[in-house]
Design a protein around this ligand. Structure first.
Ligand code: MEV
Length: 334
């Protein structure tokens, strides 16, 4: 049996504006997806969590199987998935699952398991599963862990770690990937509050696209998010948590004005604000999760829960994909 895990992510700055080329910053969270794989020669079909695996319902698994065994059938595998990343909530559960699955499959094939390769292949799997559209921010953050910046150009102040290209019909999109070291004091945490309402990324992205098509003058808001993200990156690098928080709240105000917040998100954000340095929605909005940067994590969790949200504390710098062994539970992937 082999076992691998990978973290979820949250977007600190730049969601939606990244679709128009502005920088976005994500960081790994401590909630993880875990995949266990076992070869089952006595079975005729692949199994998922006890049932027969229907590949049409799990296109990313089919994609990975075809990539890793292009010559045809492999003896069926038994896959078990568990994890603590809430699904359809903007925390990258699907990407974390793909990343962990790639690492587990590579381990099973006795290939070198690398976070870089897991990031690349899982992005292709996600794009395949989503009909050709997926930015690499979730898969890269989940594979490598830490802080990741995606931009349409090389950001000079950051460590440039690579480039991803995706063919979407006639269109080729290229993203520049970066990492950086954030100086986060030990007493500062992220609290993630989940509205429990599933937002649809494609609907929210389409809503912003319609607004911009009808009111091109509102591109200034997209540019404003880009400058806030750059300010936020600088504050993270220099450890100025007050400024990070301020930039997060400013980012939220622009997202709200673009129409991607929701009454449920606003309720949790309002509750978390008094005990936090900064608050914002994270991901595509319309539901899903909000995040708070706080030195009073228990108080912030309590405030969110009082308003009916589910909340958890996530320290920063959760490790990226790793192979888990039953003995050590912690073999980080190089
Ligand atoms: C969703 O997590 C982030 C968005 O910016 C969409 C995208 O980047 O593809 C809303």
């Amino acid at each position: 049996m082999v076992k691998a895990s990978a973290p979820g992510k949250c977007i600190l700055f730049g969601e939606h504006a990244v679709v128009y080329g502005q920088p976005a910053v994500a960081c790994s969270i401590n909630q993880r997806m875990v995949v266990e794989l076992e070869e089952e020669h006595k079975f005729e079909s692949w199994r998922l969590d006890g049932g027969i695996l229907n590949f049409s319902k799990h296109p990313h698994i089919r994609f990975l199987k075809d990539q890793l065994w292009p010559d045809g059938e492999h003896s069926p595998l038994k896959i078990r998935i568990r994890g603590t990343v809430p699904t359809a909530s903007g925390l990258g559960s699907s990407a974390a699952l793909s990343v962990a699955l790639v690492a587990a499959l590579q381990q099973l094939k006795k290939e070198k398991v690398s976070a870089e390769a897991a990031g690349l292949l899982s992005h292709q799997a996600e794009a395949f599963a989503q009909g050709g559209k997926a930015s690499p921010i979730d898969t890269t953050t989940s594979a490598l862990g830490g802080f990741i910046v995606l931009s349409d150009k090389v950001e000079e102040a950051l460590d440039h770690i690579g480039e991803r290209t995706l063919q979407q019909g006639d269109e080729t999109t290229t993203w520049q990937l970066h990492s950086f070291q954030a100086e986060i004091p030990e007493d500062t945490f992220l609290v993630i509050g989940n509205t429990g309402v599933h937002g649809s990324t494609s609907k929210q992205v389409a809503k912003v696209a319609k607004l911009l098509a009808e009111h091109p003058e509102r591109y200034v808001e997209i540019e404003a998010i880009g400058s806030i993200a750059r300010k936020g990156i600088e504050a993270l690098r220099t450890g100025n948590m007050k400024l990070v928080g301020k930039a997060m709240t400013e980012n939220h105000i622009v997202l709200r004005s673009l129409g991607v917040s929701s009454p449920d998100l606003e309720k949790l954000i309002k509750a978390a604000a008094p005990s936090s340095l900064g608050v914002k929605l994270t991901g595509s909005g319309g539901g899903g999760c909000m995040i708070a940067l706080t030195k009073n994590p228990e108080q912030t969790v309590g405030a969110i829960e009082m308003e009916g949200g589910r909340a958890f504390i996530s320290p920063f710098n959760s490790p990226g994909v790793r192979i888990e062994t039953l003995s050590s539970q912690d073999d980080s992937v190089q």
